[in-house]
Ligand binder design. Structure first.
Ligand code: F6P
Length: 487
């Protein structure tokens, strides 16, 4: 089958260029290899009402990359408006930050409809379409309206919240209804999947059985596909990066001091404020760690036009400066704070340099930084991962030091414990995590989802009770044990 992959942000395959966000970076190597056509936004907008959407198309590995100019009149309402000021906060359980107008919703639907029309150009009789993320919840329904009957899949890289929270999104029922035009919807964790199924069942009063929702669109299967990384590639990058100027300069500057690293988009879901407060608390409670352990926090600016992000950027900058002011010395800075992105090769080297990786989001779909930090470690002297229990990755990386990011004192104690953890324990924990990473690679994730999507229409059949629903023949990796399981 000819695969068409769709995401808002795409990547052009330059490994040394900074890449914002995990999705584009994660998809690039697998899409390149698969021969798929990857369609997304060019980052540019176009005015007027062009009959044929404008796409710049270039080769990408065995396939192609098509970058579309999105309609100027709707881009703001779609991206900064509905997608990132209504859906993103709701999906990360921040209903208090939902801000969206009727125009934003209209623009979101218009851009979904525009993308559907654009995709027709890439449709072949044996195509299947795999849509990524919350930007395109309604794209499946738009494609069906245009007569597309081929398999349609959606993967949510974000969490899916409880029904009460998703109910705070304007037009939430219409959106869930539109999502049911997909044949297969993939989630990062069992909890996300169950939350979605309860939304469909209780908000729309639909029958749900064994992970299948019955609606006027037919059957939609919801299942768990935890996204992975390529741990071998990351380990290689990390080992090679030792000679990179940024990495060797960092090493030299440490003078034997221990380093903790955090790498995040500047986003309120990432728990940056609480993380910095936890470091402050740690230095206050354990002053012997002053001058002997510091934090390198890379926070790549993101979605700067949205008020909540602008406020966060100022708040984090102020807090870092307060902590450095209180605990800094003429020759020592507790927190090195950088507002820029790095390419994956450099990041791998920075991760390997740090004795502790701090990944403490308040809510996160998966968080690939956690997985990358682990894969980048030196096997004979690995670092320690401090991981929020609210990141999807905590389901698999359960031998990390798991923390509650709302408990500042608890995090302070855990980070201090990570900094002094003996080698034997570090190795034991790291090896267990590597086993999980090797068992659930990005290649496996890609193959699992596309195989399931290819089979998703086999059991379509007419609407009716699904009590005799056959179990899917494709295996799903368990979110908790990395083994093989049937949903
Ligand atoms: O987690 C969902 C996601 O789509 C990730 O790919 C990435 O972390 C982020 O959101 C990208 O955001 P943006 O494209 O708005 O910078």
């Amino acid at each position: 089958m000819k695969l068409v992959v769709v995401s808002n942000r795409v990547s052009r395959g330059k490994p040394n260029e900074p890449m914002t966000g995990g999705l584009a970076a994660a998809l690039l190597p697998v899409v390149e290899k698969s021969g798929a056509i990857w369609v997304g936004s060019s980052g540019k907008v176009r005015s007027g009402n062009p009959r044929e959407p404008f796409a710049e198309i270039e080769a990408l590995g065995a396939g192609a990359l098509a970058m579309l100019d999105l309609p100027a009149a709707h881009y703001g309402g779609y991206y900064e408006g509905f997608a990132n000021s209504a859906l993103w906060p709701a999906l990360h359980s921040r209903a208090d930050l939902i801000r969206a107008t009727q125009d934003d919703y209209h623009s979101y639907r218009e851009v979904n409809a525009f993308m559907a029309r654009a995709l027709l150009r890439f449709r072949k009789p044996d195509s299947m379409f795999w849509i990524q993320d919350y930007h395109f919840l309604a794209l499946g329904a738009e494609l069906r309206d245009l007569g597309v009957s081929e398999p349609l899949g959606l993967f949510l890289h974000t969490p899916w919240p409880t029904r009460a929270i998703f109910g705070g999104v304007p037009h939430h029922r219409a959106l869930i209804e539109a999502m049911l035009a997909y044949d297969l919807i993939g989630f990062q964790t069992e909890e996300d999947c169950e939350n979605f199924l309860s939304c469909a069942q209780d908000e729309l009063d639909l029958t749900v059985h064994d992970g299948v929702v019955l609606s006027s669109h037919g059957r939609t299967r919801a299942a768990v596909f935890p996204i992975g990384i390529d741990p071998a590639k990351f380990a290689q990058l990390a080992a090679k990066a030792a000679t990179h100027p940024d990495v060797s300069r960092l090493r030299r500057s440490l003078n034997g001091e221990k380093l903790a690293i955090g790498v995040d988009r500047l986003d309120y879901s990432k728990g940056l404020i609480n993380r910095i407060k936890a470091f402050e608390r740690m230095w206050t409670l354990q002053p012997q760690l002053l001058r002997t352990a510091s934090l390198l926090q890379i926070a790549t600016p993101s979605r700067g036009g949205i008020e909540a992000y602008g406020n966060l950027q100022s708040e984090v900058a102020r807090l870092v400066s307060d902590v450095n002011g209180i605990h800094g010395e003429v020759d020592w800075t507790p927190i090195r704070y950088l507002n820029k992105g790095f390419g994956q090769a450099v990041l791998a080297g920075l991760y390997r340099t740090a004795q502790v990786g701090v990944v403490t989001p308040l809510q996160d779909g998966m968080n690939l930084v956690a997985k990358e930090y682990v894969a980048a470690q030196n096997p004979v002297d690995p670092g320690v991962l401090v991981l929020s229990k609210f990141a999807g990755a905590a389901n698999e990386l359960d031998t990390a030091l798991l923390v509650n990011p709302h408990d500042i004192d608890g995090m302070a104690r855990t980070i201090a414990a990570a900094l002094s953890m003996p080698l034997t324990e570090r190795r034991m924990r790291w090896e267990a995590m590597m086993t999980k990473l090797r068992g659930g690679t990005i290649q496996q994730w890609f193959a699992d989802f596309t195989d399931a999507l290819a089979e998703s229409q086999l059991d379509k059949g007419p609407l009716g009770p699904v009590l005799a629903e056959p179990r899917p023949s494709w295996p799903l990796r368990s979110a908790t044990n990395g083994g093989v399981r049937f949903h």
